[in-house]
Design a protein around this ligand. Structure first.
Ligand SMILES: Nc1ncnc2c1ncn2[C@@H]1O[C@H](COP(=O)(O)OP(=O)(O)O)[C@@H](O)[C@H]1O
Ligand SMILES: N[C@@H](CCOP(=O)(O)O)C(=O)O
Length: 308
């Protein structure tokens, strides 16, 4: 039996809409992400389990894991009779790259099972395609970090689809999922089709400045430039108390806070564990809406998807 763990990811990382993503894992060792197992069988079958299994589509054909298997076999040119198990530990429509976790774990597990017929670029291309089916447009900012780990800039110039950007070892990423659902496709549909020249200039300055600050190891500058003029102004109304908790988090010493992917999860960057713990308590009392919500203090997951 081959078993693969794919970690949670932060699409956009605030400043890089569709072109920046980060893989994160809780520092307490919790496996925040999906796990996919695969073994040989006489005919294809899929079993689902895990914390969020009840939120999956009831029909197997609608599960993205099934669709990954189907596409993998199509590209491979033969049908693989396998039994797959999805452990769905990621809430759906959370902004934590839940569908990406299932997609990446499935393709990596299938590729391992089939003795690695596809290389990294071919797999990433397939991952982007399947993620695009679900969210309404191909975007690699979840699948690339989930697969490769770390902070990833999406270049989308095959064979260079995504490359790693240096981040800051002293950063803690406090992830707060309020327990409500925001559909990625809907959160994309509310964005404007066009932006003003002023927006474009600001976006270029923030994004280029952030990448520059990462390479020149200026963590305070990087956090200051982590500003989102593309999605946040339109998506923040979908989130509970967003502005209020951000002000409070900054007062507690956080360096920056933004929407993770299309939300409703938010990420807060802190440069000490002490501040991260204070922010985690703030999020628990001020942002979590129900018992399905959670807060995790994370660090970048630099490994990405791996066999366990
Ligand atoms: N294995 C799966 N994991 C997550 N979502 C799935 C899966 N299979 C199918 N889906 C469907 O894909 C959509 C994912 O929604 P989306 O808002 O993109 O979630 P997320 O932002 O958490 O990835 C939902 O409609 C969900 O029912
Ligand atoms: N760049 C995408 C990221 C969506 O991430 P998800 O975790 O919400 O699926 C976007 O902002 O639409």
């Amino acid at each position: 039996m081959i078993t693969v763990y794919a970690p949670a990811s932060i699409g956009n990382v605030g400043v890089g809409f569709d072109v920046l993503g980060a893989a994160v894992s809780p520092i307490d060792g919790t496996r925040l992400g999906d796990i996919v197992s695969i073994e040989s069988a006489e005919v294809f079958s899929l079993d689902c389990q895990g914390t969020f299994v009840s939120k999956l589509p009831p029909k197997m054909e609608d599960n993205i894991v099934y669709q990954c298997w189907q596409r993998f076999c199509e590209v491979l040119g033969k049908s693989l009779p396998v039994h797959m198990i999805l452990e769905k530990n990621m809430p759906i429509g959370s902004g934590l790259g839940s569908s990406a976790c299932s997609v990446v774990a499935s393709f990596v597990a299938l590729n391992e099972y089939a003795n690695r017929p596809f290389d990294e670029v071919q797999l990433l291309t397939l991952m982007g395609e399947l993620e695009g089916r679900i969210s309404g447009a191909v975007h690699y900012d979840n699948v690339a970090p989930c697969y490769l780990g770390g902070l990833q800039i999406i270049l989308d110039e095959p064979p260079q689809i995504s490359q790693s950007v240096p981040s800051f070892d002293n950063w803690y990423w406090v992830m707060a999922y309020p327990g409500i659902k925001v559909s990625t496709a809907e959160a994309r549909a509310i964005l404007p089709a066009q932006y003003s020249r002023a927006n474009i200039i600001d976006h270029g300055r923030y994004f280029a400045g952030f990448i520059h600050a990462c390479y020149t190891k200026q963590d305070k500058l990087a956090a200051k430039l982590m500003q989102d003029v593309i999605a946040e102004p339109y998506r923040q109304s979908l989130l509970p108390n967003f502005k209020q908790v951000r002000e409070q988090a900054i007062e507690l010493g956080a360096l920056a806070m933004g929407i993770s992917g299309s939300g409703p999860t938010v990420f807060t960057i802190c440069d000490s564990l002490e501040i991260a713990e204070k922010v985690a308590s703030l999020m628990q009392s001020g942002y979590i809406q129900n018992e399905e919500g959670f807060v995790h203090i994370c660090q970048l997951n630099t490994v990405g998807t791996s066999r366990i």
